[in-house]
Design a protein around this ligand. Structure first.
Ligand code: ADP
Ligand code: ADP
Ligand code: MG
Length: 644
């Protein structure tokens, strides 16, 4: 095998940025590809060269095999790294690279194909003597006993999975899963598995070289999930004993050997409370959560992938060093069923100066988080000598990660880290976390943010008019030019003077406001864009909107409508104009960022108008369907209710 000179990265976002970093460290030229929507993206700027791969739909660009292979040829890239997602587990893509004489940095096409179907990989695992979850590909659940889990054989990202707890639900769940599998993966094959209750998700990082060697790099525990998708990952697993580790790693390696695995891969297992574990699937690529393994082994897994692709032999297994935990920061709303959110990143300030902390991200201040791609904003990874200190460090880092614009899961991640079940190492895939913070505490922080915003705004106004030569040294309890100024945070309105004497301003300097809140001095980082103030501290981050002195009148119409709960694309419309509907009737199915969401009616009525068409992109809050109430007294009725 010949040494590589340049690597084209067939991906975007944080993983593209991550791969570019290793290319630079290895002296390899990096080539980015980009869709029209990503023209100004970070990965494009960081790469040594970049090739547009146009296309009408921004997502399809990164799935266009001929365009990407052609980009590699034109830029004379000798290798392609697929990252994760998109074409990473597409055997045809690996084969197309092989045929074009381009080194595919990943396993061989035949290994990807063999592991691409969950049903097929189960069979191979069984042949290799690896325990699998009881299940069947013939969609028969009687022998398994309830509950069962229906999943797409070609699936990924937790999509299209359905837990069935009663026999009656089974047929409808099966049909729905098949439809979603066909649309999402172009393959309706399903797998029915026994649902393992209170299981932990534990996976083994494997690696193979081209000399017949395979090795493991310990486990990762990814039990904290929502919608069957990981949000917090760690290594080592608090539930894995040396004995389980040895057996699980041996099982993973038996399968890796059987399929002649090369490059990085992950063998996923469910660990039951009994201590038994079962194979679920193999991911034939670098994993989102690979930094956790990098931190405890000291290896650069992307570098290892590139070296192995050039014919290098595997290193010996490094000892496990300490503990590492990763949290995935997403643009999504935990309070609204974790639906993705969009918008401009007005504030983006990752924490600085924390030893043993790593932030992998593909976004920056003012990046537009769009509906086109995965809503992952950053991965925050902490490393330290033991689990407890790492939990503390990660929680601290997330508290000091300033991000405003789209709604994020930042506070939710902190809630998970602080949660008793997680802290004691007992969390499993069904662990559900509720907010630590009381509404009263939230409101108190709202009021502080309003005071800080008001003072900051007044200060800027004066500074601009050059009335104040410097920051006044005196503070006053009500230091506003317009004491009646009104502000809004979310749906709630505040008067600038609401905090009374709780908050005293100590000073304003550039983008900082120092304030004494109940006698404790705190520093706030503030920025302003017109009437919007972004107020961040390690206790709370708020977007504060100054309301106009002449509030707009709200229209008081009787219109009942079904509105979109998220930005997305209309997939299907299940009603026609004139049709009678009752609460719970499905109206419209939307799709956004790998999620399907059905909007249902929550009142009785007649469909008056359908305001969208299949394929149309819709904005959050956009009216989809108009329903006229047939009930006399339907005061509380709204048009629709997103169901999750
Ligand atoms: P994907 O390809 O979407 O990653 P997986 O088969 O890896 O699908 O499963 C994703 C998650 O769904 C697992 O991490 C686990 O939380 C849950 N899950 C999968 N199979 C089962 C099962 N048989 N019993 C209980 N939970 C399961
Ligand atoms: P006046 O209130 O008559 O305009 P000041 O010089 O006392 O005169 O205050 C000017 C403005 O500066 C106040 O209205 C207030 O918005 C702001 N201000 C006053 N004191 C402080 C302070 N300690 N920190 C920040 N801003 C302040
Ligand atoms: Mg999986």
């Amino acid at each position: 095998m010949t040494p590589l000179r340049s690597v084209l990265i067939a991906n975007r976002g944080e993983i593209a940025v991550r791969i570019i970093k290793t290319c630079r460290a290895m002296g390899l030229e990096s080539v980015a590809v980009y869709s029209d929507a990503d023209r100004d993206a970070l990965h494009v700027r960081l790469a040594d060269r970049a090739v547009p791969i146009g296309g009408s739909a921004p997502r399809e660009s990164y799935l266009n095999i001929p365009a990407i292979v052609e980009a590699a040829r034109r830029s004379q890239a000798s290798a392609i790294h697929p990252g994760y997602g998109f074409l990473a587990e597409n055997a045809d893509f690996a084969a197309a690279c092989e045929q074009a004489g381009i080194t595919f940095i990943g396993p061989q096409a035949k290994a990807i194909r063999a592991m691409g179907s969950k049903a097929g990989s189960r069979k191979l695992a069984q042949e290799a003597g690896v325990p699998v979850v009881p299940g069947s590909a013939d969609e028969d659940f009687a022998t398994l006993g309830l509950p069962v889990l229906i999943k797409a054989s070609a699936g990924g990202g937790g999509r299209g999975m359905r837990v069935v707890r009663s026999a009656g639900e089974f047929p409808a769940a099966l049909a729905a899963a098949r439809g979603e599998a066909e649309r999402a993966f172009g393959d309706g094959s399903l797998l029915v598995e026994k649902y393992v209750e209170h299981a932990r998700h534990v996976e083994i990082q494997i690696f193979g070289d081209h000399h017949g060697n395979v090795m493991h790099l310990y486990e990762r525990d990814c039990s904290i999930q929502r919608r069957h998708q990981k949000i917090i990952e760690e290594s080592p697993s608090p539930a894995v004993t040396p004995e389980i580790r040895e057996r699980m790693a041996a099982a993973a390696l038996a399968l890796a050997k059987k399929i002649g695995y090369t490059s990085a891969g992950t063998v996923e297992f469910l660990l039951a409370p009994s201590g038994e574990f079962y194979f679920i699937e193999v991911n034939t690529r670098i994993q989102v959560e690979h930094p956790v393994t990098e931190m405890i082994t000291g290896l650069d897994l992307i570098r290892l992938q590139i070296e192995v692709a050039q014919g290098a032999r595997l290193p010996s297994l490094p000892p496990m060093r300490g503990h590492a935990i990763e949290a995935r920061l997403y643009a999504e709303d935990p309070a609204n069923n974790f639906l993705p959110s969009t918008g401009n990143l007005q504030v983006w300030q990752p924490p600085q100066g924390i030893a043993g902390l790593r932030v992998d991200s593909g976004v920056e201040k003012e990046t537009e988080v769009s509906v086109h791609y995965d809503p992952l904003l950053a991965k925050v990874i902490a490393h330290g000598p033991d689990r407890e200190s790492v939990i503390r460090k990660l929680s601290y880092a997330l508290s000091n990660f300033y991000v405003l614009g789209p709604t994020t899961n930042r506070e939710f991640l902190i809630d998970v880290l602080e949660h008793e079940e997680f802290r004691t190492g007992k969390a499993h895939t069904e662990t559900r976390v509720t907010s630590r913070s009381s509404p009263q505490a939230q409101q108190a922080e709202d009021e502080v943010a309003v005071t800080v915003a008001a003072v900051y705004g007044a200060h800027r106004e004066h500074a601009q008019r050059r009335i104040l030569p410097s920051v006044p040294v005196r503070y006053r309890n009500n230091p506003y030019p317009h004491p009646a100024a009104k502000f809004r945070i979310g749906e709630r309105e505040y008067e600038a003077s609401d905090t009374g004497s709780r908050v005293r301003i100590a000073g304003v300097k550039e983008d900082h406001v120092d304030a004494l809140v109940e006698g404790i001095r705190r520093r706030f980082t503030v920025s302003q864009d017109g009437d919007e103030y972004y107020v961040c501290s390690n206790l709370a981050q708020r977007k504060v909107t100054r309301l106009s002195r002449y509030p707009r009148r709200h229209g008081g119409g009787q219109q009942e409508s079904a509105n979109s709960p998220m930005p997305g694309q209309v997939l299907r419309i299940m009603v026609t104009a004139g049709q009678k509907v009752k609460p719970g009737d499905a109206l419209v199915t939307l799709e956004a960022m790998k999620m399907e969401q059905t909007i249902k009616a929550n009142m009785e009525g007649v469909v008056r108008a359908i305001l969208v068409r299949p394929g149309e992109m819709v904005a959050p809050g956009q009216m989809l369907v108009e329903i006229e109430s047939t009930e006399e007294n339907n005061e509380h009725a709204r048009g629709a209710n997103p169901n999750g």
